[in-house]
Design a protein around this ligand. Structure first.
Ligand SMILES: [Zn+2]
Length: 458
């Protein structure tokens, strides 16, 4: 089965593909607001109908929240089986007055940077999920079948914390497990470099409270003779990093692997502009580990940050108090290999070794999730990289993601499968904000990209 006529079909069909996407965009499937429950249901039905029309065995699956959509297609036995994930729910639209057009009346708009699809969900995630559906449509129209076996898994609660996702995946693990998952909910790197996210940082949160005197004290009466927990806390926080930015918690880096040379070369070739990145938030100098590149700092190195401090009197005016306690919220972004629970223990030992006489510490843990790293030796990654590089002006890169994308971790831990995160959004898509948009070119090339990925995977 040849690819060229499939790509031609996609080019010819772009207008009607856009119309179909607009149909889905007109359904206000805001998952977090109970007022839109029926609309979420309608969006699920819309997808079931669409996939059924294309010949997939599609069904809407109830959950305690909004329904899932699952669909299965036919494919050659000797080709891999892929599971495509996306979400049909969207973020709320307020403040409504900041929208130039009503959010659920999607429109094609001319802008100085080209044509864009405007409306809630255009980029996150209805426009993105439809890139894959349309790619399948084109293959089926031209060849009557797909080059690989395809299943779909759509969620309707992604924008509201995915409460039903894990139980559903556990209950339906056998049905959902395939050779690899494809997730389309991320973006390009810059304007024209397609990206496959292969590493996601984990997160460990810990709240510590240093206790000293049995009550708040007057600094005239007790200042000088009594210990001040705020000073103890400040000293602990100051000790967390050395002058080169390296974290001082014992054994913190023991299981952190060096970035492989080929990945490092890919990242160096991306031409990441740290001063522009920092300039957008009023900064100029990368402040992480000084012997690391800026991309390593945000993608492949672990961090320790203080997210909040509370102690003493912080209201208007002034009060000469020696507080009885001082609290800090501290989080660690973790990378592959690091065990969040071991790090929590080592961090606590680090704190306790710095406690002076008369001070004690209490802890409140706030989540501990490991980082994810995809096994990129899986041939599917190379195949997708080639497919994307063929479509876009610049070669595709395996990139990191400083945050966490829980669904990718769930595929790994619940279904024991790797996920390829490939998306065509841009930084200025205004996700979750008024006037969300998706470049028409991203939609078009996104469809073509998936058509190529399917061909390469076969
Ligand atoms: Zn999304």
């Amino acid at each position: 089965m040849t690819l060229a006529p499939v790509l031609d079909q996609i080019d010819q069909d772009l207008d009607t593909a856009t119309e179909r996407l607009f149909d889905l965009l007109r359904i206000p499937s805001i998952s977090t607001d109970p007022a839109y429950k029926e609309d979420c249901d309608k969006a699920a039905d819309w997808l079931v109908n669409e996939l059924s029309d294309l010949g997939f065995e599609a069904s809407k699956r109830p959950t305690p929240g909004h329904p899932m959509v699952v669909a299965h297609g036919e494919g050659p036995d000797d080709a891999p089986h892929v599971l495509f994930y996306g979400h049909y729910d969207v973020q709320p639209v307020d403040p409504l007055e900041l929208w130039d057009n009503p959010p659920f009346e999607p429109a094609l708009e001319d802008t100085p940077k080209g044509k864009v699809l405007r409306g809630r969900g255009t980029s996150d995630d209805k426009g993105q999920l439809m890139t894959f559906v349309e790619a399948c449509r084109a293959w089926l129209k031209v060849h009557g079948k797909l080059p690989v076996k395809v299943s779909f898994f759509f969620e309707g609660e992604e924008e509201s914390g995915s409460p039903s996702l894990v139980p559903f995946m556990q209950e339906n693990a056998a049905e959902l497990k395939t050779d690899i998952a494809l997730i389309c909910d991320t973006g390009l790197f810059g304007e024209e470099t397609p990206a496959i996210v292969t590493r996601l940082r984990g997160l460990l949160g810990e709240e510590i409270t240093i206790h000293g005197p049995s009550k708040d004290l007057h600094s005239g009466m007790y200042g000088g003779i009594s210990i001040n927990p705020t000073r103890v806390l400040a000293k602990i926080i100051a000790d967390l990093h050395d002058e080169t930015g390296r974290i001082q918690v014992p054994h913190f880096y023991d299981d952190v692997a060096e970035l492989p040379d080929d990945i490092k070369a890919q990242w160096d070739a991306l031409g990441f502009d740290a001063s522009q990145f920092l300039g957008e938030v009023g900064l100029s100098v990368p402040a992480g580990e000084q012997d690391r590149t800026p991309l390593e700092m945000i993608w492949s190195r672990p961090t320790c940050e203080v997210n909040g401090i509370e102690a003493g009197y912080t209201g208007d005016g002034f009060k000469t108090v020696l507080p009885a306690q001082a609290t800090a919220k501290i989080s660690f972004r973790l990378v592959s290999g690091q065990d969040p629970f071991a790090i929590r223990e080592n961090f606590r030992a680090f704190v306790e070794s710095r406690l002076p006489e008369d001070c004690t510490v209490t802890y409140k843990p706030h989540g501990a999730s490991p980082a994810g790293e995809m096994v990129t030796s899986n041939p599917a990654f190379k195949a997708a990289q080639k497919a994307l590089s063929d479509e876009w002006p610049r070669p595709a890169a395996f990139v990191g993601c400083g945050g966490s994308i829980p669904i990718a971790g769930h595929f790994k831990t619940i279904l024991d499968m790797d996920a390829m995160l490939i998306g065509f959004g841009k930084d200025d898509d205004q996700l979750h904000s008024p006037n969300e948009k998706y470049d028409l070119e991203c939609f078009h090339k996104g469809i073509r990209s998936w058509a190529r990925v399917l061909a390469e995977l076969a």
